[in-house]
Design a protein around this ligand. Structure first.
Ligand code: 5MM
Length: 337
């Protein structure tokens, strides 16, 4: 596997103003979202939901890559195609979430470290055989009283870089996702401070471990006030703070930044991405894209409710959100009725 292949894949994932679709919820997370709507929490229902997504007409117009979960990459469509093959046939690059989750960090109450490095080399080889061309790993950083600690930032950045190096060795493009959570009542300024520190440490580790910046993508949070913050800043202020933070921390060699949505309302996430691209796109060294899960899937899941009769309407809702976000990449998103 050459460096050029990694570079080509990383660029292809964000080419044509498209973004990524995160459909890599672990069973626990997927079941939680199903439970809220009274959908059975079974492997069959999860497969049905993923089939609805992968076969949605027009999905490939706005989505360059889709991130699968381990269970999903082993499942097939009704037509008998493995999901990774169905995506590739549609022109969407298949990817895979390879972390095994955020676990309590010893000696640091309220903080986690993401696990999954043991045996990762072998798992990556298997996923590559199944058709995956990129991978994803999420480190989680909480803001709170005395949080995050330096230790939490360091261990998560270190793990992200070890994962990224292993991915590139296996020919898979790493999506590096250090997520600063929205939970809490912290201000936009505090989120900016923490996100800047986390990204600085992450890129220092990526450099220390020899990760090829041109052959990776960054999946960060937007810089936002906490969900319970008394002041909820404007779209404009969020766009400015987010881009300022990225310009201070993300090397120009990285081809793309694809945001997570983190629990933002779907339309607000689109509006914020749109504002960043309207104001800054022409001056930025990297593409500003999206890698949303909830902000793309939730309206469709609400429409589906686990009923076969609702598949078409749910697919329309899904594709509508992907189109809205592609428009936001161009700075052409219009507020929806
Ligand atoms: C932050 O979560 C990622 C992006 O999703 P949102 O746009 O909804 O924030 C997402 O890819 C996440 O990593 C997956 O949903 C998997 O989460 P779990 O916790 O199930 O591993």
């Amino acid at each position: 596997m050459t460096a050029q292949t990694l570079i080509d894949t990383a660029r292809a994932l964000v080419a044509g103003d498209k973004g990524l679709l995160a459909m890599d919820e672990s069973n626990a997370t997927c079941n939680k979202r199903f439970a809220a709507l009274g959908i059975p929490q079974t492997e069959a229902a999860r497969r049905d939901w993923r089939e609805l997504i992968v076969t949605a007409p027009g999905l490939a117009d706005s989505i360059g890559g889709a991130i699968l979960f381990d269970e999903t990459i082993r499942q097939k469509t009704d037509a008998g195609l493995p999901f990774a093959k169905a995506l590739a046939d549609a022109g969407i690059i298949p990817g895979i979430k390879v972390d095994t989750g955020a676990k309590p960090l010893a000696g640091h109450p309220g903080e986690t470290v993401t696990e999954g490095l043991d045996g990762l080399r072998e798992r990556l080889a298997e996923y590559a055989m199944m058709g995956a061309r990129f991978a994803k790993w999420r480190g989680v950083i909480a803001i709170g009283d005395g949080l995050p600690t330096r230790a939490c930032i360091r261990v998560n950045a270190h793990a992200l870089a070890r994962y990224a190096a292993l991915c590139q060795e296996a020919g898979l493009v790493p999506i590096v996702e250090p997520e600063v959570l929205m939970d809490g009542d912290h201000s936009l300024a505090r989120c900016a401070e923490v996100t800047e520190e986390v990204l600085h440490r992450t890129f220092a580790e990526l450099r220390a471990q020899g990760v090829l910046l041109e052959g990776m993508l960054l999946k960060p949070n937007m810089v936002l006030p906490g969900l319970k913050a008394p002041v909820q800043d404007s779209v404009d202020a969020v766009a400015e703070a987010t881009v300022a933070c990225l310009l201070r921390t993300v090397p120009a060699a990285v081809p793309g930044v694809a945001f997570l949505s983190g629990g933002q309302p779907a339309r607000l996430a689109s509006a914020r991405l749109n504002e960043m691209n309207i104001r800054f796109r022409s001056r930025l060294p990297w593409a500003l894209a999206f890698s949303f899960s909830r902000a793309v899937q939730q309206p469709a899941l609400d429409a589906w409710k686990g009923e076969a009769a609702n598949v078409a309407v749910a697919q329309k809702a899904l594709v509508q959100r992907t189109r809205a976000n592609r428009a936001a990449r161009r700075g052409e998103y219009k507020e929806e009725a």
